[in-house]
Design a protein. Structure first.
Length: 219
């Protein structure tokens, strides 16, 4: 039986829109592979078939407005499926897992920016996930105007804005403050990294953190 202490590490990348999470997840996986570490790269919402169906619903730009609690419950349903069907089986099989977003995004988006009380989200996550949490969370920090400008460049080459990207600057600033608070409150798990430098420089900083905190798991 695989115990939580003997599972492979679970790493999450968090941050606001345009912070480079997807790029950094791929670069970290490549670096781990070069070190002989097998890993699974996944994402939220999504990562498993049912969760991907929920993702398609949540990110549709043409949906009518809905409350933050409704969003939180949908994200939690997707997360339950993701953890059960993809993350835990991979960790138990000895694969490192890198997820582009996880539970901290719900605390930032639906909590800090959306207004769902923190205690409510804590209790919901306890009911859905128990004490399961990442071993390491990298929070990529970026001024929201910079992140939104990066997203704008993507849209110019044909990728449309989703439901969350379309929200106003005040919402995205509240998101940033939410992630900064998460980093400050969880120093044992979270590391804050400036996402403004080049992708290669950010990747080097992330790798330094992974080596410092999880090198013993690479053997």
């Amino acid at each position: 039986m695989v115990t939580p202490a003997s599972r492979a590490p679970f790493i999450t990348l968090e941050g606001g829109e345009g912070a480079g999470k997807t790029t950094q997840a791929r670069l970290l996986a490549d670096r781990l592979a070069s070190a002989g570490v097998s890993c699974l790269v996944t994402r939220e919402p999504g990562g498993a078939p049912f969760a991907e169906a929920i993702r398609a619903l949540l990110l549709r730009a043409d949906l009518p407005p809905r409350g933050a609690m409704t969003e939180a419950l949908l994200f939690l349903a997707a997360r339950s499926d993701h953890v059960t069907e993809m993350i835990l089986p991979a960790l138990d099989a000895g694969k490192w897992v890198i997820s582009d977003r996880f539970a901290d995004s719900t605390f930032a988006y639906q909590g800090a920016a959306g207004g769902v009380p923190h205690a409510t989200l804590v209790e919901l996550h306890r009911l859905v996930l128990g004490d399961f949490r990442p071993d390491l969370t990298i929070i990529l920090d970026l001024p929201p105007e910079v992140g939104l400008a990066r997203i704008g460049s993507r849209h110019e080459i044909g990728q449309g804005a989703d439901h969350f990207e379309n929200r106003d600057l005040a919402y995205h600033e509240a998101l940033r403050q939410g992630f900064l608070a998460i980093a400050a409150e969880n120093p044992g798990r979270c590391v804050l990294i400036d996402a403004r430098p080049s992708p290669a420089e950010v990747a080097a900083r992330i790798w330094a953190v992974v080596e410092a905190r999880l090198s013993g798991k690479m053997a």
